[in-house]
Design a protein around this ligand. Structure first.
Ligand SMILES: [Zn+2]
Length: 182
């Protein structure tokens, strides 16, 4: 289980390992908002197991950082499915793997932003090469889009009921319903 970290403003920021969350609490950089499960014991002290923490000071998260696309999140956004042939990780042959494809290739001015990258199997990625989708005759199953952070957190690691309460508090019930439908 991971801990949901909120900004001082209660904006959900990220999921952190419980150990890291406790370190922030011990250093008085964060406070425990909700705890769940067995307490965490160390040699000297016993602490509640944090499920949701809140940073004491407001942290400005640069947009660039928030938008950074890692393959973990990219594959999760695309449901671990090649966006050209539709095969999932499970359907791939032994030497194939999921890769990051750039709709407009980097060599032709494409970026690493959310709206230009998608999940492709190594076969499709090689076939598309340095071509634009129309040149290769390969259109993605759906146009790449910038996902909401929380969708990613949810897709990658499910939130507990307690954690989801804070998503609802900040983003509203409709966002939570959308997440639950994923
Ligand atoms: Zn493919």
């Amino acid at each position: 289980m991971r801990c949901l970290a909120l900004n001082a403003s209660f904006e959900p920021l990220t999921m952190v390992p419980v150990r890291r969350a406790l370190r922030l609490v011990i250093d008085r950089k964060a406070e425990i908002v909700e705890s769940e499960g067995q307490p965490v014991r160390s040699e000297r002290l016993e602490l509640p197991r944090p499920a949701v923490i809140r940073l004491v000071k407001f942290v400005h998260v640069p947009r660039r950082f928030r938008r950074q696309v890692t393959n973990t999140f990219l594959f999760a956004r695309d449901d671990y499915r090649c966006q050209f042939c539709g095969r999932t990780q499970r359907d791939l042959r032994p030497r194939e793997c999921l890769t990051r494809d750039h709709l407009v290739p980097l060599s032709r001015g494409g970026t690493n932003g959310w709206t230009n990258v998608l999940t492709a199997c190594s076969g499709c990625n090689t076939r598309k090469g340095n071509l634009l989708p129309e040149e290769a005759g390969m259109q993605p199953l759906r146009p790449p889009f910038e996902p909401h952070f929380v969708h990613l957190a949810w897709a990658v690691r499910r939130l507990t009921l307690t954690q989801s309460k804070y998503i609802r508090l900040f983003y509203g019930a409709d966002v939570l319903a959308t997440l639950e439908a994923l």
